[in-house]
Each structure stands twice: as structure tokens, then as C-alpha cells.
Design a protein. Structure first.
Lengths: 346, 346, 346, 346
């Protein structure tokens, strides 16, 4: 069975596992004070060219979003997100559980359009009743977005400028950041650190067993460790994330595994287009969203695992095919054969 | 200065005040166990033809919405509302503060379209990832809606049927219910009690100093008094609301003051249309939403208080003019004169 | 039946009701922008000699505690209270519902002992694990306490100094403040405004139908109106509280009704002691807590309403007898007769 | 440096790591649907002799407590805990963050005394004002307690009976359960499954890199997976916990590493007593709490890591020494030598 259903089907990259094995018996202090976490934080600060940054390691994506967003917003504030954003759709109301509203914005290719954001903020403050409304207190973006799309440096700069003008932080959910950085796009990790106030560097979907690095580029909020503890997100053995991120950020592994997955995704995309499949979005990253006739799906699922995305009215469906560090060129080739057979039969 | 800015500019209806004065010195138990609250509950049960109903009196509209919605939803559930609904827009995130998400639906004339609701619910359960999403746990409607519009009995029945099918309660926010019941519409108070699981009968905007009656047609949830207390909504002197609702529901005052305000609103509407003003929505209730040239507004505001609703792109704005028990026919006549003068000058 | 069960059995003081009647038909803006609220705020600032103070009017005691405490605490903070404090015992977990812990301290006569508070704060910061604990973020005191006792000016100064040293606000719950100010004690309203950061001036239990004034002596926190709205505590007809507090604070009514009730309570206390009843606490305020043989209670309850406080192991119980503005000297005399008869029979 | 400061200083037991390595490259579905989690759940059900039990794997102890307690309590309920309990003292208010109060009970050797619990519950329902109070909705116990002590089967049965009578669940925090099961005590894992409604089997402090098994002996609450997701506790790679618990529960490793640590702790205890050190509590588990003269601590800390527990007034302090799977007999011998040298110098 081919494995294209997501980017977290296997455990972790072998070099990450190696680090866990090598460090396993060394006694370390708990709660993130271990030497691996310390070194990983330093490697991340260097990769971001953000020497002032504070970095925390949390176990998962929904968790890090809820802790960071819920922890930074003040009681009367909510967070803007694309109405397709992960926090709005697929985190079971984790932000609302912390008492804060997600303020949905109509998306443009899965992204927030800077012009729309500006209009929304201006409209809020122009409304004579805005004291009866949730104040906008943050902008949440995902990069890559839930549809695999990316912000350009110009777009990110525009969002950053708007946030600065309205004095609210710009937060980037980088659950799949490795694939954004490896794609054909002009945004670098130092750009992100410069333009966002807070962002995450995803480990779980980029080669780790678990773990997201939460980066505050201008330093952490007061007593943030206690806040992490309060929300059940402080690992006693902080070394588990620390060692993994040390492995990911020494010798550039994080970037390398992003490049490998994206190269294969681009080959996959080309092959899909060549075979006449339309793409739901033009994604430059590791997730591809072909439109597939419903009639082919039962047969396809016998040979290749994929994720069902949405039914269209026209006898076809959008599916997701994802590559990862564990995908090889032979997997893509094999998938093409499967597709060719299917279409031959169809 | 003419008073059309809202329906809560004055204190309470004189008969309500009379009741407060007459009962003032009689000692009563606290927290809703007083005889006025008991009698008011009984009068409401009779008016609703719902002998099993449990009734609580809370002080205000945002409060009663948050306590009822937050109290009824289970932790994994959210509440559907029109994206123009009061809980989504103008309650400062009160529902989210209780930990629950408002699930917005595109509105139709300020209302939830039953067909859209059904599609949304079916789509939710058809989504293979719905366990990662907020479960729909209630439907919130306002009647009249925020645009003065009303559900017909057929629409309300359709919504009720869908809710029954999906086993979620239908909640009606009746902050201005007196005006809905007095309008040219086929929904009666017993209809509401029959078709909704929970609803409010608004006092604050319908003749009381404060107070909303919260009606559970099939009996209250367990320990609801404690829940009200926990959320800061239990009045020590429950008699304050009890006596007011007793006055509103003995001798049909609630219905009478609704009729008076709606009759004047219909006269107002007719006069506005006759004078060539377009209406943003065709409202059969006490709130009217004329489109007025921006150039006229400064002069209008010298003679009549109104509420600004929204700027349009075309040099005109939507304003709200509201009638209430305190509005007299002479106020409407006087407003017409003001408008005639304005247009003469324009 | 004599009415000693509490201080909120009747409606409001006749002068408060008179104000509501006189102002009833005057149109006013909503949400606390009415002229009565404005004047009441000014009168309170003057009575407190705190010209910089911001004042908000909320409907009830549990509500104002939860909004103020939950609104001021930062996410990682909790609030110290005597373990007998109202927020710890009798508010159904309203503070915890806002996400914050009440940190109980062993009380001394219903009060927090400054020395104990200091030890507790020093112990917290000395604990090497305190980042895993709830940070102390406020001190809550009630004055009078739940047992009718009062802080002296020296005690209040000591608490205030400790709070300043540890940079946390001192919050006073003044649900029955009128009786504290009228008692034989050296703390004045300006003292309270000088020594506390936030405090309430109770209306509900001191002559109003509803309403507590929340006073921030150094100015309100940012966007506090929105916070009040979010927590369901913003009255549309803010005039309801505004007019009542205007009546209470013009011509010194608040102080006068406190004096009347306390004078009668002192007569009551003297009479109880003269009749050989022990007192559970030596209360200088309007609540008295005699120890009464259980055998007398059924008969007593036929003539006088009282509150049951707690059963002791020795065949006697503590009950509460409260005076208020509605109590007359004849009520106390009548109660003495009842007690004399009971003891004659006993 | 000797490692006695806690039981989570190293990574995971070698056999646990081996399992992670062996399974690393096998594709698996996410969110706990992997085959290792399935097998681990089955092994746990068998070890508990609870074939109906539902088992979830969460990453850490504070997290699992907050999700389970906050998820099971109804809005008006709180949870009883010893005032020394972990949820009351050392979880940064995680339970309160979910909106619920911890109801502290005076402890007996770190445990809840059944007689006291019964009195407390009876007192609550006897209080005429209990509707204004937080309802008791659960009993939380830790086993071993925070002081290393254990409930006997008789005590656990008594607590269970009281909970049944009052219809509230009994929850056991088993963060260090391996050491409880290996100690000289009559409570077995099937006893726990029979007498508790919910309990945890700690992995983090008993040989895993992370992970706590949450066991609902009579089946899970509705939509519990969504609740876990909402609170940020659902791991995408559920295999991380699944594989570790599979390793811990196949071939009895969990029990074996508990026995090893407890045997060494008993040797340690004996050696401490033989050397004249008093013990703060008589702990039969892996944590020992000797009272050590303050003068010896600086020198001790040069050779052995320990945890500081509390200063006493008499020139001595309580410290914690913990054993784990990673402790060897030679470590205990070496510690004795260090202590002998210290005392020789002292």
C-alpha cells in the first residue's frame, strides 16, 4: 500500500531517532531545562537570525496554537483567521475553549488577503458600537495554508505592516513550515522571524515523533512557562522535544527533509497534470489536491492511501496526496502506475 | 428631541413601575422564591400554554443568552447562529467566554434558512474528520431578528423538525418578542413554546427596567439555579424581575405594548415609503431601517435621535428608527414633519 | 412575622424608589451613559475623596466579584481569600468559572491576618517550584466579613502595604459596606479608597433593589466596559443602577441607613447578651450571630424569620439575625418579647 | 553525580526505546488508531481485568488530570482533593482553567480519610444554602500520594463506597502507579479498576519518555476524543504513546521496573534509618523523604542530586530522594558512602 494520506504516517526521521537513542541515558533536568532543549533553542535562534527570540517546545499543533493564542490575547480580544484556517475548522474549538473568539475572514486561496484585513480592522474601529464587540487582538495565518498555498514576502510584509499599525501580533502557524521553506517562494526563516511576532516551527508533520517549536521573536510573555503548565502542555521530559529539534536543526536536516518532500510533490503535481487531473489549488508545497472522478476512488484506495477532502457536485472529489521525508521517488512512480491503470480501466 | 434611537431610552411602562411601588415593602424570600416571581412564572406558563415549562428571570439579554447557551451546550459542542446574529456580532464574545464556539451561517434576511441548516448538519456528520471539529449542539435564532424580520410558522416548524431530527435544542432569543407577537405574522407565543426547546421573553426592550424571562418548555436542566448563580446572574432580590413580569403578563400588558409600538412602526414605515425612502429590510416589527442620504443626517440628528446602522458606498446610510411603548402617534407625525422639512431643504 | 432573616427582604428604601419614579420617563442613553449614572459616579468619587476613581454599576454581588476578580487577574494568577470568604464558599465557583483559582487562607474572625498573608506570599516566592503553582495575583477581603467583623485601619493599612510590596491589588468586597461605615470602627470610605485598589459599594443589601458600585481608585483597566459586556453584566438600562446610587449618595442616605441598621443591631446585641445568649462572633455590624438552643428554634421560627447558620455539637445552633433600613425599633422590642416568652417556656 | 532528584531524569527504559525503534518506519493511522495503541489498550484491559474499559493515551500528568477532571465534571461541580494533592498545589491551576473548583480536604498522611470525606458530603447536602455552592462532583486521589503513601484496599473500598452512595466518580491519579503496585500493599491493578471509575497509569515517571494511560473502567464518556482534541491533548502520532505502553505492558515490564525501583527505595530507607535520619513520612514507595540537617545539604549536593521539599524550623529540611528503573544498587551504596562521609565530617 502506498502511503500518501498524510505527512505523519511514519515515526520520525532516522537521524531524529538516533539522537533520542544516543541521549537516552544521560540524566537531565526536567521541564525544558535539559541541555538538548537549550542547544535546540540556540540552533533555532541562529537559523532565524533572531538572537533575542525565546523558544518553547510543545507536543502538538492544536496545543501550541491554543496555548499561544489563548495566552497572548487579552480577555476582550479575539483572533482573525481565514474561515478555512485550522483553528477555525479543525481544532475542535480549542481557541474558544480558552474563552476567545476566532474572527473568521473570507479566504483567498486559503490565505488572508491584506486588503481585506485592513478593511476589516478599519471597519471595526469605525463602528460606533465596537465596545460591544470582540476586539481584534491577533492575526493568525498558516504557512503553508490548509490548501498548501504560501504567502509571498510582499504579502507577509503587508500583513505585518497592518498588524504593527493596529498594534496586534501576527502569529504564524508553521505546522508544515519545512515544506514552505523548501518551496519555490521568496519567504525565508529569517523573514518570518522578522515579520511575525510569534510563530511555530512544526516538528510532528516534518520529521519528528512529536513537537512544535514556539518562537517569540521579541522575547516571551511574562510567566509563559506557568501558562504552558496550566494548560497541560509542559512535558516533564522536555528532552523528548529538545533532542528531536536539536537533531532537526543541526546540519540543516529540517530544511533538507523539506526539500526532499517538496521535490517529490512537484514531480507528483507534474505527473497529475500530465495525466489530466485538475488541481483544486495550485500548491507549491508537499500537499497536492487533485480532483479525481468518484468512480476511480474505490480502486485507487486499494493501492494507495490518500485523504478525502471534499465531494464536488459533478461526480468528482478533491483528495489530498501528501509527501514527506519518508516518501521516495519510487513511491511517486508507483502511484503514477496505479493512476495509469485506473484511467486505462475507467 | 424625538426619541427613535432605540426601544430602551425610557425607564419602564407606568404599570410596571406601579407594581414595583405597590410591592416594595412586603418582605419576600430572595433568589426568585418570592411570590411575584412565582405568580409571573405561572402567568407565563399560561400565556405559553406550557404547563410543564420552567421559567427563570435574568437581568439582561447578553446574560441570558450566555447562561442558557453556555449552560446547555456540552463541552464539545457549539451553537449555530446567523452570521448577523446578536451572539455572533454584538455580545463581546460572551458565548465564547463560556468556552463554546458560535458556528456562523450565512443569513437570509437576518434569519437562518432551514434548507441551509439541514445541509450544514448533514455535511458535518458526513465529514470523516468531524471528530476534530466542534459538534453542532444547538440552533440559535432571534425573533425578531437583528433586522426586524420574523420567522413564519412554516419556517419555525421546519427549523424545529431539523433540530429534533439531529437531537439538538432550538433556542429563540426573544429580546424583542413583544413586537414579534404583535406583528402581522402567524407565529403565536404557544407556537413558540411548542416549537422551541428554550426561548426568552424580553423585558428590557419591551417595557421593563430590566429582565428577561428564560423559558424551558420541557423543564429546566439539572441544577440550573446553581449555574445561574455561578455565572453571576442570580439576583438576590428576584422580586425586581418577578414583579415586573407579573405586571407585564397580567391583563395582557406585554401584548398591548407590543401592538402599540408595532402600529406606530407600520405608520412610520408607510410614511417613509411615501416620502421615497428605501428600506434596507422589509421589517414588520418595531424597528425600521430606512436608507437616508448622508447629507440629511446632520440636520436630522438635531431634531430626532436615531441609530446609525451602516454606511453604504453610494452617499447614503442605513439608520434605525425604533418605536416602543413610550412612543406616541404625535412623535411619528412630528418625525414626518422633520423629514419633510429636510427634504424640502435638500 | 418579624423579618430578621437577612437585609434584602424588602424592595428598596423609599427615597430610592422615589428617584426611580421621578426619572422614569426621561429618555436617556443606554449602557451607563445616562445622566443619573454620571451624577452617581461623581457623588461616589466625592464621598471617597478619590477624584481619579472610575466607577461602574453592576447588578449583583457575585457578578461584580467575578467580573472584577476574573477581569483583573492575569491568566497565571489566583486570588487569596479567607477560607470563609464569600467567593470561596457561597458563589458557586464563579471565580473559578472565569478560569482562576481562589487561594484559601485560614481566617481569623472571618478576616485575613496580615502576618499570615505575608508569610504565605514570602513562602510562595521562596518555593523553588513556584513556577508550577498558581501565582498570587490579588487579595480579596470582605468588609464587613461574612461574620460581621471589620478590619481596623491598622489592619487594612498592613494588608495594603503587603499588597504594594508584592505588587498585587487589594480588593474589598463591600456588599454590606454601609454597615461597616456606620459601625464603631476607624475605617472611613476615603480610607478604603486610599488603601484598596478596587472595592465595591454594595447597594442590594444596603437599600437598593439591585446594584453594586465597582470603584477603581486609580482608574479602570483597559476596555473594562467590553469585559463587563462579555460577562453578561452590562445593563442596557444603566439608569436603573445609576438612579438608585444617585439617591443613595445624595444627602448621605447610604450612610444614614447604615447608621439606623447598626444602631438597632447594637440594641439587639445588648438585648441578646442580657438574655444570656452567647454570640458566635462579636460583630459590630448589622448581622448578629447568637447561639440558640436547638429546642427553641421551632417556636422562634413561628414569630421571627432568621437564617440558620450552623449546628454545633452541643444541642445549640448559630443563627443569623440581620437588621436593615426596613427594621424599626419596635421590631427589635418585639423580638425581645418573643425571646423572653421562649425562654420562659423553655 | 548521583541521580536521586526525581524519577524522570533519564529518557525511557531501553525496552521502550527498542519498541520505538522497531516500529518507527511502519506507516500507521494517526490520532490513536495505530496498531500499537490498539494492542496497548488490549494489554492494559487484560492487566486490569477490565474487558469493558476504554483507554486513552495522553502525553503528561497535568494534562491528563485536567482533561479527565474538566471533561467529566458538570458545570456546577467541583472535585474534592487532599489539600496536598497535585491538582491543588502543583498544576498551576489547570483544573480551575477548565472552569471548575478544587475542593480541598485536610489530608491524613497525604491521603483523603474516608470518614472525613463522608462528613464533608453529608454536610454539603445538609446545608440549606448548598445551591449557592459548588456541588461535589468527583473525588480525586493520588496513589502513591504526593508523600509516597498508599491507600490500603480497605481505604480504597471505603472511598469507592462513599462515591457510589453519592453518585460521583472516584478518580485515581496514578502518575507513579508502577511503584504503588510494587510496594508492600494490598491494592492490585484489578482492585483499582474495580474500585475506581477512572484512573491513570503513569508512563512518564515509570519508564516512558512521555505518556499517561487514562482508563475509564466502565467505558468512555461521549465524544471524549473530541474533548481531548479540544484541550490540545490529542497526539497526531498516537503511536508515540501506543508503542511505549505496548512495551511497558507486554511481558510485565511496567511491574518489573516498579519492583526494581521499590526494592532499592526500601534499601535506601533502611540505610537512612540506620544512619539516624528521621523520615518525614513512612513511604513504602520509590520516593523517600528524609529529614536532613541544613548544614549537610551544601556538601550533599556536590555528590548527589536530590529535591528540596521543605524547610523546618529546627535547622533541618525535608528532602526527596527518588529511585527509578535507572537506579542501580551501586547508586544506593554510593549514596550511603556519601552520607557516611558527610556525617563523619559533621
Amino acid at each position: 500500500m502506498l502511503t500518501f494520506e498524510n505527512d505523519y504516517a511514519q515515526g520520525c526521521h532516522p537521524l531524529v531517532l538516533k539522537k533520542l537513542c544516543e541521549t537516552n541515558l544521560v540524566p537531565q533536568p526536567g521541564y525544558g531545562a535539559d541541555e538538548y532543549s537549550r542547544r535546540a533553542r540556540q540552533l533555532i535562534r541562529e537559523a532565524c537570525r533572531a538572537p533575542e527570540a525565546d523558544v518553547f517546545f510543545l507536543a502538538g499543533g492544536t496545543q501550541v496554537n491554543a496555548v499561544a493564542i489563548g495566552g497572548l490575547l487579552r480577555p476582550w480580544e479575539g483572533v482573525y483567521a481565514a474561515s478555512t484556517g485550522h483553528i477555525q475548522c479543525h481544532e475542535a474549538g480549542a481557541v474558544e475553549f480558552t474563552g476567545h473568539k476566532v474572527l473568521p475572514l473570507a479566504p483567498s486561496h486559503g490565505k488572508i488577503d491584506p486588503a481585506r484585513l485592513r478593511r476589516e480592522l478599519e471597519g471595526f474601529y469605525a463602528d460606533p458600537n465596537h465596545e460591544h464587540m470582540v476586539f481584534p487582538g491577533m492575526v493568525y495565518i498558516s504557512h503553508p495554508s490548509e490548501y498548501g498555498t504560501l504567502y509571498t514576502r510582499a504579502e507577509l510584509t503587508a500583513l505585518s505592516d497592518i498588524c504593527k499599525k493596529f498594534r496586534i501580533p501576527l502569529y504564524m502557524d508553521g505546522a508544515r513550515l519545512a515544506y514552505a521553506l523548501a518551496a519555490d517562494n521568496d519567504v525565508t526563516l529569517p523573514d518570518i522571524a522578522r515579520l511575525c511576532d510569534v510563530f511555530t516551527i512544526g516538528g510532528t508533520k516534518c520529521g519528528a515523533l512529536c513537537g512544535e517549536a514556539l518562537v517569540f521573536t521579541k522575547g516571551a510573555p511574562e510567566h509563559f512557562l506557568t501558562l504552558i503548565k496550566q494548560r497541560g502542555a509542559l512535558l516533564a521530559k522536555g528532552r523528548l522535544c529538545g533532542a528531536q529539534f536539536e537533531a532537526l536543526f543541526e546540519d540543516g536536516l529540517y530544511f533538507e527533509l523539506g526539500r526532499s518532500a517538496v521535490a517529490l510533490a512537484m514531480a507528483l503535481k507534474e505527473g497529475l497534470l500530465a495525466r489530466g487531473f485538475a488541481l483544486f489549488e495550485d500548491s507549491p508545497t508537499n500537499q497536492q489536491f487533485p480532483v479525481v472522478p468518484d468512480a476511480l476512488l474505490p480502486e485507487l484506495s486499494k493501492s494507495a492511501a490518500y485523504s478525502f477532502w471534499e465531494k464536488r457536485g459533478d461526480g468528482a472529489s478533491v483528495i489530498r496526496l501528501a509527501t514527506s521525508w519518508a516518501t521516495g521517488p519510487e513511491d511517486v512512480e508507483e502511484l503514477f502506475k496505479v493512476l495509469d491503470n485506473l484511467r486505462g480501466q475507467g
